[in-house]
Ligand binder design. Structure first.
Ligand code: UDP
Length: 234
């Protein structure tokens, strides 16, 4: 059977306990368990964010440091998360290969079609860290880029919200859920679910995006088995 290939983008906040604001392994272990459960039908590549440690636009700006330096620190944050995730995945019985867009051979493998193919042939889950390796990009754009590189059928953006809304539902009670959005609509409107670079790249290559609440129990299993789970951009 041909397995479906998915690129999952996970925010670094998956590693934060909402109550204590401290690092926490629970969310990552749940993801690993679901990936293991779906391993007969799905291959996963993961792009991990770094927002639990450092975001260039937020923390870097606050410190008053040069934007590109802030972004480099953000990329290093995603690499720390990559190491955490790989270790926890393997503890949960999910074989994983860690890739690093910023050269750091002791941390992860360089990203090329050969290294990706080798990991896929082994049946490993691919964990991509270091973003695109360049400042002024986001891990959302990275997710589309890596999705294209692994020839994913869909990019899943796991976030805090259960889909795409006309406004932030945490701030606006009139915000409406949009189940299906075109790339054009996503680009035109201020749907801040992903940045315009990410949408533009997905549009150019017709890569479908699914947005859902990754903090919901069994969200990956739902996304894999329910076509109408979350919102889609295509
Ligand atoms: N980043 C970057 N280039 C990239 C990807 C990420 O410079 O290609 C930096 C950027 O500063 C970003 C930080 O890495 O704020 C962490 O990523 P992100 O904010 O996307 O993490 P998330 O919110 O998903 O946890």
């Amino acid at each position: 059977m041909n397995k479906k290939r998915i690129l999952l983008k996970v925010t670094g906040e998956i590693l934060i306990d909402k109550k204590t604001a401290l690092l926490c392994d629970k969310g990552v272990r749940f993801i690993a368990q679901q990936i293991k459960y779906l391993s007969e039908t799905h291959y996963f590549g993961i792009v991990i964010g770094g927002g639990n440690f450092f975001r260039g636009s937020k923390h870097g700006t606050k410190l008053g440091i040069t934007p590109s330096v802030g972004d480099q620190i953000g990329m290093l944050a995603t690499m720390m998360n990559g190491l955490i995730i790989k270790d926890l995945f393997e503890q949960e019985g999910v074989s994983a290969s860690l890739f690093c867009a910023v050269p750091a051979p002791e941390v992860g493998a360089p990203i090329s079609q050969q290294t990706i193919k080798t990991a896929l042939d082994k049946g490993n889950c691919l964990i991509f860290s270091g973003g695109t390796g360049n400042p002024f990009f986001t891990t959302d754009t990275t997710a589309i880029l890596r999705g294209l590189q692994i020839e994913a059928q869909e990019v899943w953006k796991g976030t805090h919200i259960d889909g795409i809304y006309t406004a932030d539902p945490r701030k606006d009670v009139h915000a409406q859920l949009l189940k299906h959005v075109t790339y054009q609509e996503a680009l035109k409107s201020e749907l801040r679910i992903m940045d315009a670079t990410a949408f533009a790249l997905a549009k150019e290559h017709h890569l479908k995006i699914r947005v859902f609440d990754i903090f919901k129990e069994n969200s990956l299993v739902y996304a894999a088995t329910h076509e109408d789970f979350g919102s889609t951009v295509e």
